[in-house]
Design a protein around this ligand. Structure first.
Ligand SMILES: Nc1nc2c(ncn2[C@@H]2O[C@H](COP(=O)(O)OP(=O)(O)OP(=O)(O)O)[C@@H](O)[C@H]2O)c(=O)[nH]1
Ligand SMILES: [Mg+2]
Length: 670
């Protein structure tokens, strides 16, 4: 009866579910004599197993009913034991325990009824209590036997306690090594949160990342088309008569960069682009294509940017109102997590005048649409189009379902799309040379410069790669996917299995929408969070918020950072700060944009990258020092350009080690 020997049972064996119980019941069955399966036998053996005692067959001889007894004896003892035995084999572990519990409640009554004729009352009572039955001293026990028995019992108790302690320790150890890590990516819109998440995918879920590359083709096409549309819009003579910031919701942050002093005079009467109308005519098919790509990525019913519930008064600390940025922090009234959505910012259409006779219809749909909110085919212009994350937009981009080729076995990507006449690549391919001419045209560049439009800072910038991207067999590279811009709304959870010492841990990373109307969705995710990676795009010191063109983006980042570091709910959460977009910062400073023009406090310090980046590091670090409710907490600051794959992979590895270390330390304290 090997399994009854507690010392030979390791803790995992004892915890290993139905198998262990079956093994035990087999041992019990073997121990029973000549088919004398009885309630007390089984109970005593099972209990001695549970208590870590050597099951003593002699104990089972304590007036056990047998199949040779009366019918009632058989029913209460024999039949029920059979039932128990069968249940041990058939039922899952949890059910076995319930069954065993019920069984011991029901049958002892019948059993004691049958035995009452033969047993003294004390024994009867004890037999109705399985534990007492198992521990009952033999009748006529001598003092020496008693002493031995008590010694045995003490040893058994000690063994049992040791096993319990082993189990407890194993549980703690398991929790430590397999601990779930929960990371929140926070920061304003376009700070680089989703790009950081893609970098995590590239490092820890490369196969899945690569398998999805094809789906990003649609987003990349849309990003490119929108860049072209923006240029045409900027060149439009009508655009000069309209204030660029009349409706902040419709602008993308990085597109139009206007200093606090307002529109430069050259923007109003500047360089004329003689080929403007010709460009409009040649690029007119892109108007429809833009709508089509937007539709492809959108949920049919969705025309609201977000479906977040109204924000209640949830704020306690942090997320205080900034002087200009009203941060209400907050979560849904019932604490429920809002449904995640992804949005693609829709752009204004350009205006062409006069309408080309060739492409007049397409252009007509686009022209004058500043005043008309929708196109001929019903898509709202100037409004963000949203797609719920539940919409499987990444799957099966067959563009009309006509792609006859199957998916490749390894990557799941669609083959032979270029043979499908409905594929958007054909329209792009046809417009490719016009797009390249437009982007290379020195007059166009001059006009954009006059209007202080720096498209190269804009998200989804693919204008230097037009010929590659519009090629019929274009296949997005990793970097293309990293650069693709798809605005997040709501909160999207991603799970990774990440090496952690000799083991692996499950990481849940939450990518949130960073626009102001999205921030109310963050708070419900603060609970149990292990670490926050906060992204502050420090290149944005001369830019304004899309949501509120009166607010400087860097100021918004600083206020948001202060709200996070001062939040008491997050007092014990590890903080990692990415001062992001340093590549753009460097380019901007080299182009002569002065930080002191936008941050008066910067004073007369040198305008070089080293000094500026150190200034930001100190400024953000000092905010943490001053406002953190936990003075022990360290804040880890990195200067990043999260579109740089190699560098970011190294930073992610460092961040992972930090988070694991801090997490382990915190758990030991718990
Ligand atoms: N050049 C450069 N571009 C970056 C960097 N980080 C992000 N981007 C680009 O900036 C754009 C916005 O980045 P996202 O990751 O979508 O921003 P987000 O924080 O998720 O924005 P929301 O979803 O609106 O909250 C993308 O097109 C990125 O490719 C960077 O360090 N350098
Ligand atoms: Mg995002």
């Amino acid at each position: 009866m090997k399994s009854c020997q507690s010392s030979s049972l390791s803790a995992p064996q004892r915890l290993s579910g139905a198998g262990a119980v079956r093994e035990n019941s087999k041992g019990i069955a073997n121990a029973l004599d000549g088919g004398r399966f009885s309630t007390a036998n089984v109970q005593a053996a099972e209990l001695s197993l549970c208590r870590g005692q050597q099951w003593d067959k002699e104990q089972s001889d304590l007036a056990i009913p047998s199949v040779n007894g009366t019918f009632l004896d058989f029913f209460s003892g024999g039949l029920s034991s059979y039932l128990f035995y069968i249940a041990c084999w058939l039922l899952p572990q949890r059910t076995q325990y319930s069954f065993f519990f019920l069984y011991s409640l029901l049958f002892p009554t019948a059993y004691t009824m049958t035995k009452s004729k033969r047993e003294p009352s004390s024994r009867r009572r004890s037999m109705s209590d399985p534990l007492a039955a198992a521990l009952l001293p033999p009748p006529n026990e001598s003092p020496i036997e008693r002493e031995l028995r008590l010694k045995r019992e003490t040893e058994a108790r000690k063994t049992s306690e040791n096993i319990d302690e082993m189990i407890r320790q194993e549980r703690i150890q398991k929790k430590r090594t397999k601990a779930d890590v929960k990371v929140l990516l926070l920061g304003q819109s376009e700070s680089g949160k989703s790009t950081t998440l893609k970098q995590f995918q590239l490092v820890y879920a490369q196969a899945a990342f690569r398998a999805e590359r094809m789906a990003w083709r649609t987003v990349i096409y849309l990003n490119l088309v929108r860049s072209i549309m923006r240029i045409l819009e900027a060149l439009s003579p009508e655009a000069d008569n309209v204030d660029d910031h009349d409706d902040g919701d419709e602008l993308e942050t990085a597109l139009v960069i206007i200093s606090s002093s307002g529109r430069p005079p050259s923007a109003l009467s500047g360089t004329r682009v003689p080929n403007y109308e010709s460009y409009c005519a040649r690029l007119a098919p892109l108007v429809d294509l833009e709508d089509r790509l937007t539709r492809l990525l959108s949920s049919p019913e969705e025309d609201e940017p977000t479906r977040l519930p109204p924000s209640p008064h949830y704020d306690t600390n942090g997320f205080s109102n900034g002087n200009r940025g009203a941060y209400r922090a907050l979560g849904p009234a019932n604490g429920a997590r809002p449904a995640p959505t992804i949005s693609i910012p829709q752009q204004r259409s350009f205006s062409a005048s006069p309408i080309s006779p060739v492409n007049g219809q397409a252009l007509a749909a686009a022209s004058g649409s500043r005043s008309s909110p929708s196109t001929s085919n019903g898509i709202s212009r100037g409004k963000e189009v949203s797609v719920h994350a539940s919409v499987p937009w990444k799957k099966g981009f067959t563009f009309g379902g006509k792609s006859k080729s199957p998916k490749t076995p390894n990557s799941g990507e669609i083959e032979g799309w270029w043979e499908n006449p409905d594929d958007p690549v054909h329209t792009l391919h046809a417009c490719s040379s016009a797009m390249q001419e437009l982007w290379r045209d020195p007059k166009v560049r001059q006009r954009l410069k006059e209007k202080r439009i720096r498209l190269e800072e804009s998200s989804g910038f693919y204008l230097d790669d037009i010929s590659r991207i519009t090629a019929k067999k274009y296949f997005p590279t990793d970097v293309d996917v990293l650069k693709a811009r798809l605005k997040t709304t709501g909160v999207v959870e991603h799970t990774f299995t990440i090496p952690s010492g000799n083991d692996q841990a499950e990481w849940r990373i939450y990518d949130v929408g960073g626009a102001r109307n999205q921030r109310q969705a963050w708070a419900p995710y603060f609970q149990d969070v292990t670490a926050i990676i906060f992204l502050a795009p420090i290149s944005a010191f001369d830019q304004v918020l899309t949501e509120d063109p009166r607010v400087n983006r860097l100021e918004d980042s600083l206020l948001l950072w202060r709200s996070v570091v001062s939040n008491k709910l997050l007092a014990n959460v590890s903080l990692v700060l990415f001062l992001n977009k340093i590549d753009l910062l460097q380019a901007k400073l080299e182009a002569g944009v002065r930080l002191s023009h936008h941050m008066i406090n910067y004073g007369s310090r040198p305008n070089d990258y080293e000094t500026v980046s150190n200034y930001f590091r100190t400024k953000f670090g000092a905010l943490h020092q001053t406002h953190t409710p936990n003075k022990e907490r360290e804040c880890y600051i990195h200067l990043t350009a999260v579109t740089d794959t190699r560098r970011t992979a190294m930073i992610i590895s460092t961040v992972r080690d930090i988070i694991i270390k801090v997490n382990l330390r915190n758990m030991k304290l718990v």
